[in-house]
Design a protein around this ligand. Structure first.
Ligand SMILES: Cc1cc2nc3c(=O)[nH]c(=O)nc-3n(C[C@H](O)[C@H](O)[C@H](O)COP(=O)(O)OP(=O)(O)OC[C@H]3O[C@@H](n4cnc5c(N)ncnc54)[C@H](O)[C@@H]3O)c2cc1C
Ligand SMILES: *[C@@H]1O[C@H](CO)[C@@H](O)[C@H](O)[C@H]1NC(C)=O
Ligand SMILES: *[C@@H]1O[C@H](CO)[C@@H](O)[C@H](O)[C@H]1NC(C)=O
Ligand SMILES: *[C@@H]1O[C@H](CO)[C@@H](O)[C@H](O)[C@H]1NC(C)=O
Ligand SMILES: *[C@@H]1O[C@H](CO)[C@@H](O)[C@H](O)[C@H]1NC(C)=O
Ligand SMILES: *[C@@H]1O[C@H](CO)[C@@H](O)[C@H](O)[C@H]1NC(C)=O
Ligand SMILES: *[C@@H]1O[C@H](CO)[C@@H](O)[C@H](O)[C@H]1NC(C)=O
Ligand SMILES: *[C@@H]1O[C@H](CO)[C@@H](O)[C@H](O)[C@H]1NC(C)=O
Length: 635
């Protein structure tokens, strides 16, 4: 069945971005139509999903996507091989690289975070790990939105619709012990996923150790229940073995389409409401990156902001939609006072547990071969360049992780959740946990309290994960990261006061809510248990960090967390949260910006809090659901 399916999809167009004729995308304003029914700001993961579905369903309406980056000319996926990481440069395609402000609560360390700057957005440059959140994340999101529409049952059909999953061959499945349940998929969406046919040689070692640590193995983690050791497919084409991303699936592979226009290398500056935000849709003011020329695009239907969690708030703020305190400070006339714009920034973060082995760890091959063995790397590159890509590169960053709930991590979990509940109930002042420029706003405080209430329920739920540890290999020095899946601290995305068109200033504010440290400590102590399992002991595992002495002392372990944490796993979100206006929210369940006519946000900005997943699968599902909402509104 798997192979038959693979053969069928190989006959479908596996068009490369390079084969998109220049005529089908535009580089200059003179090539545009006089007006558009829909303008999508940002040709990324969610934005292209919406544009594809709108132009498919509403053939009499024209859609323009305006994208800052270019159409990548490499074939057929962009930035393959996917594990050769992007060179960090502040404003260099195919990705922006940000360094956050120093984070005092984390020993002044900074977050390093990237975002795709190319057609396809972050889906074209990411690690291709393609998982979904737990049902409890989405049910909590729905509670905060004030509507049931966005609960698990409301979004699960769109996760399915977004992707075509291809089963691995029985031989591969057996060799690596992959498990899955096709009923979690069942779609025929334009994005592909499958399991790699490659694993590093020691894959079974940590696998056995997780089992000994008492972590269960669900058959499938994409169906809403994901407490345990999970296999995670890659966003990858089953036949080419290469990256599947929005720029291919939702643009190149559906062109030519007469009502679907794309303008590249242009920055959307702002949306403009000449007669106030009640008479929309707004115009879209755009800047050419080639010659700085500024112009307005006239819109007759609506504007959809899909510039991603780090840029959608910049477009809103430049439009005068944001916290009035900040806008006044920036000299931008206030069009709508929405304090939540850019004020609810979250990302996955955390420190590692590291170890070495006192006995030889002689498996071959291990990932270090890619760095140390030129012959191996040349072979890997040749394997990847086969018509059906094979070998280490197809595994990208790995395809498994463990997801564990707080009650499974510590028997003292109620100490943590009760502390959160006291904050939620107003027994302690939560204002200090909010960004300084919005912390006196009653709506922000009310909304944050409600978030804490929902998160306390989530953290108390033995079926809802709060820790993720991606599992690649246990090669020395072994590393098990502890991702905090549901941080309580909130950061900001704000325009650079010196240059509103430049990249925004990110203030992560990690660890500003002290309960995040309680959770980090519990997670690190739990993960250290991995090293005491019979399998790891048999290999002579010896802990490097944090070490027994540090782990035994709360203050010392806090210091370790501050020094060793990665502040961003490249999952920024939640900067235009779907919550009511009196709760500091920015959009409603219909994705419309509160108080603004003809303006929606559709990207990873709209979640109120992070799900227990990397974000790309959710970005597609949100795009698919948003498209249905918008199509319904115009049919
Ligand atoms: C390096 C990296 C690794 C990652 N690894 C994984 C992973 O392995 N698995 C996973 O699930 N997730 C991963 N993620 C996260 C995931 O890919 C993103 O969260 C998700 O794709 C975001 O989708 P989006 O639609 O919100 O934004 P994006 O896909 O980022 O799209 C935003 C688009 O808007 C454009 N834009 C921005 N500003 C403007 C403007 N003013 N005018 C016009 N256009 C503009 C951008 O160029 C971009 O194309 C990773 C992200 C990165 C950056
Ligand atoms: C497409 O446009 C790019 C940029 O203007 C140019 O370099 C390239 O030669 C063009 N390709 C074709 C086939 O016209
Ligand atoms: C962080 O930086 C601030 C400002 O430079 C400084 O006052 C503070 O001592 C620093 N903290 C640490 C832990 O280095
Ligand atoms: C697969 O599972 C079997 C049985 O549990 C185990 O012996 C084997 O080591 C596993 N293989 C890998 C590659 O994980
Ligand atoms: C866009 O329209 C607004 C409102 O009419 C106007 O103020 C602005 O100058 C226009 N921008 C450009 C570049 O024409
Ligand atoms: C790990 O152990 C090896 C062999 O004993 C040793 O050479 C190496 O320096 C150790 N690495 C670390 C980080 O302790
Ligand atoms: C390097 O990789 C090649 C190809 O897989 C392998 O044959 C060789 O043994 C490796 N060399 C070392 C020193 O491990
Ligand atoms: C949790 O609370 C119990 C009962 O109040 C107390 O005995 C215990 O020490 C607390 N544990 C932690 C880690 O604070």
């Amino acid at each position: 069945m798997g192979l038959l399916r693979a053969t069928l999809v190989s006959l479908a167009a596996v068009t490369s971005a390079a084969s998109v004729p220049n005529a089908s995308f535009k580089r200059q304003v003179s090539q545009l139509r006089p007006s558009y029914d829909f303008v999508v700001v940002g040709g990324g993961t969610s934005g292209l999903t919406v544009a594809n579905r709108l132009t498919e369903a509403l053939s009499s309406k024209n859609t323009l996507v305006i994208e800052y980056g270019d159409v990548a000319q490499s074939t057929p996926g962009v930035f393959d091989p996917p594990t050769d990481w992007i060179t960090p440069a502040p404003d260099a395609p195919p990705a922006w690289s940000f360094v956050s402000l120093p984070n005092p609560e984390m020993g002044n360390s900074t977050a390093f975070v990237q975002a795709g700057q190319v057609l396809g957005g972050s889906s074209a440059v990411n690690g291709m790990f393609f998982d979904r959140g737990s049902r409890f994340d989405h049910d909590g999101w729905a509670t905060l939105s004030g509507s049931g529409d966005w609960n698990w049952n409301g979004i699960y059909p769109y996760f399915k619709k977004s992707v075509t999953f291809t089963e691995p061959s029985p031989a591969i499945a057996q060799r690596y012990n992959y498990t899955w349940d096709v009923s979690a998929y069942g779609g025929s969406g334009p994005i592909y996923s499958t399991f790699a046919s490659f694993q590093w040689a020691d894959q079974g070692v940590l696998g056995a150790a997780w089992g000994e640590l008492g972590i269960q193995r669900p058959k499938e983690c994409a169906g809403g229940d994901k407490e345990g050791v999970c296999w995670v497919p890659a966003s990858q084409h089953p036949v080419t073995g290469r990256r599947s991303h929005a720029g291919l699936g939702h643009y190149a592979n559906v062109q030519p389409r007469a009502n679907y226009d794309l303008l590249v290398k242009h920055q959307v500056v702002r949306v403009v409401y000449p007669n106030g935000p009640k008479s929309g849709p707004p115009m879209v003011e755009v800047r050419s990156l080639a010659d700085n020329h500024l112009f307005n695009v006239t819109v007759t239907g609506e504007v959809i902001l899909s510039a991603g969690a780090l840029h959608t708030p910049t477009v809103l703020q430049r439009s005068g939609i944001g916290p009035s305190s900040f806008l006044n400070n920036a000299g931008i006339p206030v069009v709508l006072d929405l304090p939540g714009v850019g004020s609810n920034l979250q990302d996955h973060s955390g420190p590692p547990v590291t170890w070495n082995y006192s006995k030889p760890y002689d498996y071959f091959p291990l990932p270090s071969e890619m760095a140390n063995n030129a012959t191996f790397k040349a072979e890997a590159t040749a394997a990847f360049n086969q018509p059906t890509a094979q070998g280490p590169y197809t595994l990208a960053g790995g395809n498994s992780a463990i997801y564990v709930s707080l009650p499974h991590i510590t028997s003292q979990y109620r100490n943590i959740t009760q502390r959160i509940r006291r904050m939620a109930a107003g027994h302690s002042d939560v204002a200090p946990y909010l960004p300084p420029d919005v912390r006196s706003d009653p709506a922000m405080i009310a909304g944050y309290r409600q978030q804490l209430h929902v998160l306390a329920d989530l953290l108390e739920n033995p079926e809802a994960p709060s820790l993720e540890t991606p599992w690649a290999t246990s090669e020395a020095p072994g590393t098990a990261w502890s991702f905090l899946l549901h941080p309580l601290s909130r950061g900001t995305v704000r325009l650079d006061l010196a240059d509103h068109l430049a990249q925004p200033i990110l203030d992560y504010r990690a660890g500003t809510n002290p309960v995040d440290f309680d959770i980090h400590l519990a997670q690190v102590r739990f993960l250290r248990g991995l090293l005491s399992t019979p399998t790891m002991q048999q290999h002579g595992a010896t802990e490097i960090g944090p070490g027994a002495a540090v782990a035994a002392d709360d203050e010392a372990l806090r210091g370790y967390v501050k020094q060793q944490s990665f502040l961003s796993f490249m999952h920024p979100c939640c900067t235009a949260a779907m919550m009511p206006k009196p709760k500091g929210g920015v959009v409603g369940p219909d994705l419309k910006v509160h108080g603004a006519k003809g303006l929606r946000v559709v990207d990873m900005s709209v979640m109120p809090f992070l799900p227990s997943a990397h974000l790309s699968a959710t970005a597609y599902a949100v795009g698919e659901k948003a498209a249905d909402i918008i199509i319904d509104a115009w049919n």
